[in-house]
Design a binder for this molecule. Structure first.
Ligand code: MSP
Length: 675
């Protein structure tokens, strides 16, 4: 790899197919690598495109009753549209029907023909339309092509051949001298195994009578170019006229990324073509595994193709990007199922990252006047440990990224986030915040957690650009550093944090949704929740676990009996609270109680819910739920409203509780009950 230059390619996809998650994966991998390398200070060129000639495309056009030109004009757009929606930032989209590409291919063909590297021969063999290539008898499996298991036909005709066999030794030598030429190593061994057998010459033409849709051979108008000879040259034709800013030509590519299905074409045909042309070979060819669905390779023809668009519509672009990169281990196959998708997003993003971020954000917003804290004057051992772990992880993640091991890199970032959650559990800012004397300690905890999260988010930036930008703003970070400048201590002290909700809502599984049939009126709608202010606190005359409170509800002051002995009376007086104002009156050890105050039950004891700035008497409601308060609410309906904390927000029947139009926030683990 030359200096700080990075030229990455994807295969050019056949313009006859609807793009599916397999195509999306390679392109996404290229996009994320391009983004990482830009942030690492490389000058990057990212190429993708469509393969528009050949029998497959011609047949697809015929089937639709349109010309091949019309067909590819329409179909190549499907890829462009998907790349736009998937947030793919390529530098150039090549189409093999581009004039410049066609003339480059013809120039190369003529050159090889003039030098005697291409010759005319009689040819017979088993031809697979689906793979667009000939196979030898002993390569067939059950009489079908060994790759797609599709029927083959015996064809005998005159054709032009590229004398590929001449380059076998030179290619083996190149592969052995450059151990990173073919990656991962298993693929390299596979190619070397293939090269140990006799290598034939490559048929590079198709008689025009049989296939008209191709680039005409410049030296024989009765033939068109074999689609792979045309397609592989795209990597070079796209950049022959381009150079990096310092004048270095873009060719050779730094990385060709592809699926293992097209290993031989890229690792044997292509390098031998380049050797014959006397052009430089690409630096690295990286072949990833397949996305499997129901145990088979994802493809349109097997009817198991997952449409990435559907997932993006349902769960957002960034979560799809994260899942694909996180769940395919480099070089291995990966399976895609709805269940796995939901599990991954819920565990890594909703539970771990979303939670940590929401927790820290809520504290910054509430307890530190919405400002980013100062670096701690005296960091303790827990702080030092989190810092050391974060710094070590940054180094590890960078190494993994530059060696294309994105799944382990994302696993390492997920571990950074889990460490932040463990740190928060240990340092319990929710307890520290209660004591005004411990303000400095709160500052230290929040700075340390926010800074560790900032580092993790920046490392995730290329994978989830939009979510990361929002997440960073929730920590007061507006400008993102490059990865080169990423170091502990970059949190902008004093900067205001931007409002933000839970970044990654939990995805409910279908089974769970079905469990709760929708009642006529949602229980949460039947609650009359109001802001209150505690004005009097007395001990209950005959129950030492209870207080008798007088609560100002605006138009009236109510008597409410509450089990809040964990608090001292002076901690309760003048506190704002949320009251269930329509609960059926009940006598509690002889005192009539007219309502109930909502509290969150934490392991450390109850914590009163606060209505924020709302004045006593103000009504609280649930997002998207029309209030229909019952006259006398039963405890059963209150329980059926399932008040609980989810992603840092108080919810009823899964809908956010709003006070003054804003969600009522509470930092507690998901599922913590409110009662
Ligand atoms: N047109 C040729 C490539 C020419 S490159 C000079 C071609 N096109 S394709 O549309 O069939 O795309 C194949 C590529 O799509 C694979 O190499 C891989 O990058 C991606 N994938 C298609 N299905 C896939 C999976 N099920 N899983 C992962 N990626 C796969 O071949």
């Amino acid at each position: 790899m030359s200096g700080k230059h990075f030229y990455v390619t994807t295969p050019i996809y056949y313009a006859n197919d609807k793009p599916h998650i397999g195509h999306a994966y390679t392109t996404l991998l290229a996009d994320v690598l391009a983004r990482y390398h830009r942030l690492l200070g490389y000058e990057v060129f990212f190429l993708t495109g469509t393969d528009e000639h050949g029998q497959k495309v011609e047949q697809a056009a015929r089937k639709r009753g349109v010309s091949p030109e019309e067909h590819v004009d329409e179909y190549h757009r499907r890829f462009k549209d998907l790349w736009q929606r998937l947030g793919i930032e390529y530098d150039y989209f090549i189409r093999t029907t581009d004039k410049d590409h066609i003339s480059f291919v013809q120039k190369c063909l003529q050159e090889l023909y003039d030098r005697g590297e291409i010759v005319l021969r009689e040819y017979e063999g088993w031809y697979s339309v689906s793979e667009e290539r000939f196979f030898q008898e002993d390569e067939l499996v059950d009489g079908k092509d060994p790759i797609g298991h599709k029927p083959v036909e015996w064809i005998s005709e005159k054709n032009y051949f590229f004398l590929m066999s001449k380059y076998r030794e030179a290619l083996i030598e190149h592969i052995e001298k450059h151990p990173d030429f073919i990656l991962p190593q298993t693929r390299k061994n596979e190619v070397l195994g293939f090269l140990r057998q006799p290598l034939g010459d490559l048929c590079i033409s198709r008689p025009r009578a049989r296939l008209a849709w191709g680039i005409p051979l410049p030296f024989d108008a009765d033939f068109v170019t074999y689609v792979w000879f045309d397609a592989l040259l795209n990597y070079e034709s796209a950049v022959v006229q381009r150079s990096y800013k310092d004048g270095t030509p873009l060719w050779p590519a730094t990385y060709h990324l592809l699926g293992k299905d097209i290993l031989t074409t890229h690792c044997v045909y292509w390098p031998t073509m380049l050797l014959a042309l006397g052009h430089a070979l690409p630096c690295h060819i990286f072949a990833h595994g397949w996305w499997l669905s129901q145990g088979a390779k994802q493809s349109k023809s097997s009817g198991n193709a997952v449409d990435p668009l559907g997932y993006m519509d349902l769960y957002g672009v960034d979560t799809v990007r994260y899942f694909l990169l996180r769940d395919m281990v480099p070089g291995q196959d990966a399976s895609f199922s709805d269940e796995q998708f939901k599990e991954r997003i819920n565990s890594d993003l909703a539970n771990d990252l979303g939670n940590a971020l929401q927790r820290v954000h809520v504290f910054l917003a509430r307890s530190l006047d919405g400002k980013v804290p100062r670096p701690p004057a005296n960091a303790g051992t827990d702080e030092e440990a989190l810092r050391a772990f974060t710094e070590e992880s940054i180094r590890k993640v960078m190494d993994l990224i530059t060696s294309l091991r994105l799944s382990p890199a994302l696993e390492a970032v997920a571990e950074m986030v889990r460490q932040v959650n463990r740190y928060l559990e240990k340092r319990a800012p929710w307890q520290v915040v209660r004591d005004p004397e411990r303000k400095e300690e709160l500052n230290t905890i929040l700075y340390t957690a926010a800074e560790a999260l900032r580092c993790a988010l920046i490392l995730l930036g290329p994978v989830m650009p939009a979510k990361v930008a929002t997440g960073l703003a929730m920590l007061g970070v507006k400008t993102q550093p490059t990865l080169l400048d990423l170091a502990w201590g970059g949190l902008p002290s004093g900067a205001p944090v931007e409002p933000g909700g839970p970044l990654f809502p939990r995805i409910q599984s279908e089974a769970k949704k079905e469990e709760s049939p929708a009642p006529d009126v949602l229980p949460a709608a039947q609650l009359d929740l109001r802001a209150g202010r505690i004005v009097e606190v007395d001990d209950h005359p005959s129950a030492d676990k209870l207080y008798v409170l007088r609560v100002d509800l605006g138009s009236e002051t109510r008597t409410i009996v509450a089990g809040l002995k964990a608090f001292r009376p002076e901690d309760l007086i003048e506190r704002t609270c949320v009251a269930v104002a329509n609960l059926k009156a009940a006598r509690l050890r002889g005192v009539e109680s007219h309502g109930m105050l909502l509290a969150v039950s934490l392991a450390s004891g109850p914590e009163l819910l606060s209505p924020g700035d709302a004045k006593p008497g103000a009504e609280l409601s649930f997002q998207g739920v029309v209030r229909q308060p019952e006259k006398r609410l039963t405890v059963e309906t209150l329980q059926a409203a399932k008040l609980e904390v989810r992603s840092g927000r108080v919810t009823g029947n899964g809908c956010d509780l709003l006070s003054g139009g804003k969600p009522v926030l509470f930092d507690a683990p998901d599922g913590t009950e409110v009662r």
